[in-house]
Ligand binder design. Structure first.
Ligand code: HEC
Length: 699
C-alpha cells in the first residue's frame, strides 16, 4: 500500500515536472481542438486550426497597442539556411522545423531549447540531394506526437514530450527524384502528405494518408492516371484517363501535390490542391490536348477511404506550371441571405476562386493581378476562356503570370471580422518558349530539371518582377487596399481579432498593418529576407508573436531578381524571433546586405561551344540552387566568385568527389572531363559578363 502510494506520488510529481518543463499541459491536439476557433492560446496546426484561416482571436496586441510591440526573445539558428516553416505552439511549447527538417521544441516563453531532433536528411538523400533544397514548411501535432516530413521523402513520428523517434515511413520510391517540402496535415488519427518532383522525373503525383500511431499506410490517391493497359486504381482514374491523349504515362503526367491540403471537418473530406503537368508543356505530355485531370485542381476525397467525391479544375490542360498547390482556406461566406460553406483558393494562374465545398460548384473566379493567358472564367461552364496564342502555339509567347504565379505557397489569411483575405502577390511575366526543343524526341529527365520549355537559362533582371501585399474582398471581388512591396518573394500573412495583419518581406522588414485600412502601424528590420509566415499564441495570458527568419524557397532561383536583396549564401544568421508588448530585447545585429564579387581570370580563353554546353548543363543541374544565369539568389554559393571553380582539381573535389556533401552540395559522380570543362567555361563567361555589365540596381 505504502509502495503504491509512493509510486503514485512519484508519477504525479513526474507529470507535474514534465508539465512545467516540457509543457505537456492540458491540451490534447485532436479533432475537437482543431475544429473550433478556441481561445487563441495555441497555434496547434499549420493554418492554426482546420479552417487554415491563419486568423487568431487574440486581441491584446491590437491597432492601439501594437506600437508597443518589442522583441521578447530570439534564438540563433547558425546552422540553418532556408526557413520557410510555420511554427506550432501547444501549451507554451513552440515546435518548428528548420533546414533539412531539423526539428526543435522550445519554451515559448523563454526561448530555451527543450529537445532537438535531426532526421539526417542529407544522409538519407543519396542521389536525391541533386534535386533537394533544404526547406520545409512545417510539422503536425496530434495527441502525444509531433510528425515531421523530410525533404528526402519520409514521415517521422516523434514523441512530443521528448523528441524521440517513434516511427518512420518512407513515402516515395527512393530511386526516383521525388522530395517533400510541404508540411504534413493531420485529421482523425491520420496524417497525409504528398510530394514534389514534376520537373526532375517522369513524375506521377499522389497523396498518402498514414495512421498517426504507427505510420502505416491508410490510403493513397493517385492524382493522374497511369498506363490504361495496367488497369486503373480507381473509377476516378478511369474517368481521368478519358481527358488525356498520347502516351502520357511514359512521362508520369505530374499532378504532384507538394502543398495545399486541407481537411474539411464539416463534410469529412480532404481537399487536395494538385500540381502541374510533368512535363509542363502539354504539347509533349498530351499532344492531342484534353483537360488532363486531375492536374491543377481541387479534388475532394473521403477522409476515411481516400475515395474521390468531386473536383474543380482551375487550369484545364495546363501548360505553364500553373499548379493549384496553394493553400485552401475554409470559411462560411454570405451570398445574399444564404450562408455557404465555401473554400477560397488563389492558385498560380492569377484567379481567386470561391467554391462551394459541399459539391465543388464554382461561385466566383476573379483576377487578382495581371493575367494574360485567359480573359475571364465563364461561370456557366466553370472554365477559363483562354486568349489565343497564350499556349505558345507558335513556339514563343510572353505570358502573365510567370511560373511563380500571381500567388505562390506563401500563406494567405482570412479575417472573418473584416471579411478580407490578405495575400502576397507577384506581378511578373515569363517568356514561354519551346521553339528550340524537339517536342517529339523529348524524354523525361532523371535527377535534373527539364520541363519541355526553355527554363531558367538566363538571369532575371532585378526589376523583372514586382510584388504586392493585398487585401482582397472575396465577395465583392475588389482590392480593398494594396501595398507595393520589394520584389518579388514576400512571405505569408497572419491576421488577428486585434484588427491586424502581420507579414514579413523579402527585404527583412516585419510589419503589422491595420486590417481594414492597410495602414502600416508597426515595423522592425530583422536583417535578413523573410520567407516564413508568423504565428501568435499566449503563455500565462500574455500574447506573443513568433516568426522564423531565413530567406528560402524557389524565389531564390531567379538570379539578380533575388540577389538584389543581398542575402548572400551563409552571411546572415538565421533566427527565431518572438515579440510581445513588454518585449525589451534589442534586435540582434545582422551584417549589411552582401553581394557576390565575380572573379575574372584574365588569361582564361573562352570557348563558345563549351560555354553553350556548360550553360545547358548548369541550367538543368545547378541553377535550381546556384541561381539562374550563374547569379545566386542566396540558396547556395555564387559560383562566379567561388575559388573552388578556379582549378579543375578543386572543382572536381566538390563536384565529383562530394567534398561539400554534408553542407548540401550534391555529388555528380558521373561527371567527367567534358562536363567539368564546359561548366568551368560557362561560369567564367558569367563572371566576366557581370564584371563588364554591372547591374545598376545592385552591384
Ligand atoms: C541541391 C542544391 C545544389 C545543386 C543542384 C548544386 N549545388 Fe553546388 N552547392 C550547393 C550548396 C548548398 C553549396 C554550399 C556548400 C557549403 O556551404 O559550403 C554548394 C557549393 C558548391 C561549390 C563550392 C563553392 C565554394 O566556393 O565552396 C561548387 C563549386 C558547386 N557547388 C558547384 C555546383 C555545380 C557546378 C552544380 C551543377 C552541376 C551544383 N553545384 C549543383 C547546392 C547545390
Amino acid at each position: 500500500m505504502l509502495n503504491e502510494r509512493k509510486s503514485l506520488f512519484v508519477s504525479s510529481l513526474f507529470v507535474f515536472f514534465s508539465a512545467s518543463v516540457f509543457g505537456v499541459g492540458e491540451t490534447t491536439v485532436d479533432d475537437a481542438t482543431l475544429s473550433v476557433m478556441g481561445n487563441g492560446k495555441n497555434w496547434a496546426a499549420f493554418g492554426r486550426n482546420y479552417s487554415e484561416q491563419r486568423y487568431s482571436p487574440l486581441t491584446k496586441v491590437n491597432t492601439e497597442s501594437v506600437k508597443g510591440l518589442g522583441l521578447d526573445w530570439y534564438m540563433d539558428l547558425p546552422d540553418d539556411r532556408s526557413l520557410t516553416g510555420t511554427p506550432l505552439v501547444v501549451d507554451g511549447v513552440i515546435y518548428f522545423t528548420g533546414s533539412y527538417s531539423k526539428t526543435r521544441a522550445v519554451d515559448a516563453k523563454t526561448g530555451e531549447l527543450i529537445w532537438e531532433y535531426d532526421p539526417e536528411s542529407i544522409k538519407h538523400a543519396g542521389d536525391r540531394l541533386k534535386v533537394m533544397w533544404d526547406q520545409n514548411k512545417g510539422l503536425a501535432i496530434w495527441k502525444d506526437k509531433v510528425i515531421i516530413s523530410t525533404i528526402d521523402g519520409r514521415l517521422v513520428g516523434l514523441d512530443k514530450a521528448t523528441g524521440e523517434e517513434v516511427w518512420e515511413t518512407m513515402t516515395v520510391d527512393p530511386r526516383k527524384a521525388y522530395y517533400i517540402t510541404g508540411a504534413p496535415k493531420i485529421f482523425k488519427d491520420k496524417v497525409i502528405i504528398g510530394n514534389g518532383g514534376t520537373e526532375q522525373e517522369a513524375a506521377r503525383g499522389y497523396v498518402t494518408a498514414y495512421h498517426t500511431d504507427t505510420g502505416e499506410m491508410a490510403w493513397r490517391f493517385w492524382v493522374v492516371p497511369g498506363n490504361p493497359a495496367d488497369g486503373f486504381e480507381s473509377n476516378a482514374m478511369e474517368m481521368a484517363a478519358k481527358t488525356w491523349t498520347g502516351e502520357w504515362w511514359k512521362m508520369g503526367g505530374g499532378g504532384n501535390t507538394w502543398h495545399g491540403i486541407t481537411y474539411d471537418p464539416e463534410f469529412d473530406q480532404v481537399l487536395v490542391g494538385t500540381g502541374n503537368g510533368s512535363p509542363w508543356n502539354q504539347k509533349i505530355r498530351s499532344p492531342g490536348g484534353g483537360d488532363n485531370l486531375f492536374l491543377c485542381s481541387i479534388v475532394a476525397l473521403d477522409a476515411d477511404t481516400g475515395a474521390y467525391k468531386w473536383h474543380y479544375q482551375t487550369t484545364p490542360g495546363e501548360t505553364w506550371d500553373y499548379n493549384s498547390n496553394m493553400d485552401i482556406v475554409l470559411a462560411d461566406l454570405k451570398f445574399g441571405k444564404q450562408t455557404i460553406k465555401a473554400l477560397m483558393h488563389a492558385p498560380k494562374n492569377g484567379f481567386f476562386y470561391v467554391i462551394n465545398r459541399e459539391n465543388g460548384e464554382l461561385l466566383s473566379a476573379e483576377k487578382i493581378g495581371k493575367v494574360t493567358w485567359a480573359s475571364h472564367v465563364d461561370l456557366k461552364t466553370g472554365r477559363p476562356v483562354e486568349v489565343e496564342g497564350s499556349r505558345y502555339e507558335d513556339g514563343e509567347e510572353l505570358v502573365w503570370p510567370s511560373a511563380f504565379g500571381v500567388h505562390n505557397w506563401h500563406a494567405m489569411s482570412y479575417n472573418p471580422d473584416t471579411g478580407l483575405v490578405y495575400l502576397p502577390t507577384i506581378e511578373m511575366p515569363a517568356l514561354f518558349k519551346d521553339s528550340e526543343i524537339d517536342l517529339k524526341a523529348w524524354r523525361s529527365p532523371s535527377f535534373r530539371v527539364s520541363t519541355g520549355i526553355e527554363f531558367n537559362k538566363e538571369d532575371a533582371a532585378a526589376d523583372a518582377g514586382a510584388a504586392y501585399l493585398m487585401a482582397w474582398d472575396p465577395l465583392k471581388h475588389e482590392v480593398r487596399w494594396k501595398h507595393l512591396q520589394p520584389p518579388q518573394w514576400n512571405a505569408g500573412t497572419m491576421t488577428t481579432a486585434g484588427n491586424l495583419v502581420f507579414q514579413g518581406r523579402a527585404d527583412g522588414r516585419f510589419a503589422a498593418y491595420h486590417a481594414e485600412s492597410g495602414e502600416e502601424l508597426w515595423a522592425v528590420e530583422l536583417g535578413l529576407g523573410i520567407s516564413a509566415p508568423p504565428v501568435t499564441y499566449t503563455v500565462d495570458g500574455k500574447q506573443y508573436i513568433s516568426l522564423l527568419v531565413g530567406w528560402g524557397g524557389a524565389g531564390q532561383i531567379v538570379g539578380s531578381l533575388a540577389a538584389q536583396h543581398g542575402w548572400k549564401h551563409k552571411v546572415h544568421t538565421r533566427r527565431l524571433f518572438t515579440f510581445s508588448l513588454d518585449g525589451k530585447t534589442e534586435i540582434p545585429s545582422s551584417p549589411p546586405p552582401a553581394y557576390a564579387k565575380p572573379v575574372d581570370v584574365k588569361d582564361f580563353i573562352l570557348d563558345e561551344r563549351k560555354v553553350a554546353q556548360g550553360k545547358q548543363l548548369y541550367s538543368e543541374s545547378c541553377s535550381l540552387c546556384h541561381g539562374g544565369g550563374g547569379v545566386s539568389g542566396g540558396m547556395a554559393t555564387d559560383l562566379r566568385e567561388s575559388p573552388m571553380v578556379l582549378t579543375k582539381e578543386s572543382f572536381k573535389a566538390v563536384l565529383v568527389d562530394g567534398a561539400s556533401i554534408q553542407k548540401g552540395m550534391p555529388r555528380f559522380k558521373d561527371y567527367g572531363e567534358e562536363e567539368l570543362t564546359s561548366l568551368m567555361h560557362y561560369i567564367r563567361e558569367r563572371a566576366r559578363y557581370s564584371i563588364n555589365n554591372p547591374s545598376p540596381l545592385h552591384f
